[in-house]
Design a protein around this ligand. Structure first.
Ligand SMILES: NC(=O)c1ccc[n+]([C@@H]2O[C@H](COP(=O)([O-])OP(=O)(O)OC[C@H]3O[C@@H](n4cnc5c(N)ncnc54)[C@H](O)[C@@H]3O)[C@@H](O)[C@H]2O)c1
Length: 443
């Protein structure tokens, strides 16, 4: 029998999941309904089903699905009787829908970050424990072939036991800036970049190390996306959104929502329903997230990680070095430039700049071939979808399917980092929730 899916949150990211069910794995599942606070975005989704998708002209036309307003979510569960609920809303609403879906007897697939603070996470932990239903968190980055290769090398013991990690992630002035235009600019919506974005990075680190975080110390600030920076650029007459800004010719950060068909259809033309502007000025004082963050994370394995995240760099990607008792593994990665929902492949790895180099103690350094990777998020999106929606997919030796423990351990680092920035002292992970759930790779 086919798995019945419903999906809540029908914005930019949602398409990957609904498309996968409808167009890539129709033999195994069906999307029976969608739900959102914005009826316009649901209409766009159904129009693409019924009239064909201009981005993917090979997709056949399919019948539209039932739509439900956000306050009809429970009604949708009662009427449509889904097996699994897919949660792709704004981050601060994940907990609400995850808990209600679990309580209704459904399994849940939730986009990262699982949620944004400790209180909401506790509610999710309690609901999973109470109901025994399955919760998956979609850590697509794990599935990227190059990151899987790094995992294999570490597991093979090529550098021995890992004692320390240097991890530096750069978000550039295109993609990084975009977080300061959208709902992400408020911690109440996203948890800030240490939760919203770094959940990917902390999950990778936890999974690579196969270790659980113990304590976090962090400092951070926002000094680039500020009114002062706009003045340094000579943007003296800026407005609070790009659409009506007289400085658009001069501003390198100007976003033309009307000029991109995807952004126009999904956001500009749907503003009338919810008043959500996707092109807020990146130099506005009306935001409370950091653009530069430095953290130190200790692990139960004894490893210590120094982590830096900057959201205003000239190029996008990361470098990570693992220092082991037999040598050092250095992995660098450069990603393509995009902004969410603009129709381009998001976060594709660029071969030039992506590398794995092993430095054995007292030996010659050597490069490890980087596997081929196509598609979004370092080639991770497609294998993730197969793992989620194809029941015949073979068992995964790398245990990339992430659940409650994986989702929790990654955001707990960001939540602790937020608390540490606020209080100025290190924060113990075990003080944030009653019991830290066990990640899948430790079961
Ligand atoms: N894994 C990845 O690589 C990746 C990439 C992009 C986004 N995401 C995640 O996907 C989720 C959605 O992000 P997006 O980029 O699509 O954002 P978006 O703004 O394009 O879409 C969010 C959608 O949620 C809806 N929504 C907001 N509040 C709601 C509520 N209370 N009830 C129902 N619907 C509500 C909005 O109307 C909108 O349609 C986020 O959690 C984000 O972190 C993950």
């Amino acid at each position: 029998m086919k798995t019945r899916y419903v999906q809540v949150g029908i914005g930019g990211r949602s398409y990957m999941f609904s498309d996968a069910i409808v167009h890539k794995f129709p033999a195994y599942g069906e999307l029976v309904a969608i739900c959102d606070i914005n009826p316009g975005r649901m209409m766009v989704r159904n129009r693409r089903f019924a009239e064909g998708d201009p981005v993917f002209p090979d997709y056949p036309k399919v019948p539209p699905v039932m739509t439900y307003a956000a306050d009809e979510f429970d009604l949708m569960l009662r009427k449509e009787k889904p097996d699994t609920v897919i949660v792709t809303t704004m981050d601060s609403w994940h907990d609400y829908y995850v808990v209600r879906a679990l309580e209704a007897g459904c399994d849940v697939i939730c986009e990262k970050p699982l949620t944004i603070d400790a209180h909401r996470l506790q509610d999710i932990i309690d609901a999973v424990n109470r109901t025994g239903k399955r919760l998956r968190v979609t850590f697509n980055c794990r599935y990227s072939p190059v990151r899987s290769r790094v995992k294999e090398l570490i597991r093979e013991g090529i550098i021995g036991d890992i004692l320390s990690v240097d991890f530096c992630w750069n978000l550039n002035v295109r993609h990084g800036a975009d977080y300061f235009r959208r709902w992400h600019r408020h911690k109440g919506n996203s948890g800030g970049l240490l939760v919203h974005k770094a959940t990917h990075h902390f999950d990778l680190a936890n999974w690579w190390l196969e270790a659980v975080p113990v304590e976090v110390f962090c400092k951070g600030h926002r000094r680039f996306y500020t009114p002062e920076q706009a003045e340094r650029y000579g943007l003296t007459n800026r407005k609070e959104r790009c659409l009506e800004c007289p400085e658009k010719e001069k501003c390198a950060f100007h976003l033309d929502l009307s000029g991109n068909p995807g952004l126009r259809e999904l956001y500009l033309e749907q503003e009338g329903y919810d008043g959500y502007y996707r092109d807020r000025c990146v130099f506005s004082p009306d935001m409370d997230i950091e653009d530069s963050m430095n953290a130190v994370v200790t692990y139960d394995s004894g490893a210590v990680m120094s982590y830096a995240l900057n959201a205003f760099t000239p190029w996008e990607g990361y470098s990570i070095s693992f220092n082991g008792n037999k040598g050092r593994l250095e992995h660098n990665c450069v990603e393509s430039i995009y902004i969410n929902g603009d129709g381009q492949v998001p976060g594709e790895l660029l071969r030039k700049g992506t590398s794995i180099v092993v430095h054995p103690h007292f030996g010659e350094q050597y490069s490890v071939p980087v596997p081929e990777a196509k598609g979004g998020h370092g080639g991770g999106d497609e294998p993730l979808l197969a793992d989620l929606f194809d029941p015949s997919a073979p068992e995964d030796p790398l245990k990339r399917a992430a659940g409650l423990g994986d989702g929790a351990c990654s955001i707990l680092i960001g939540i602790a980092a937020n608390e540490s920035m606020r209080t100025g002292v290190p924060v113990r992970i075990s003080d944030l929730v009653t019991e830290v759930p066990v990640p899948s790779w430790r079961k």
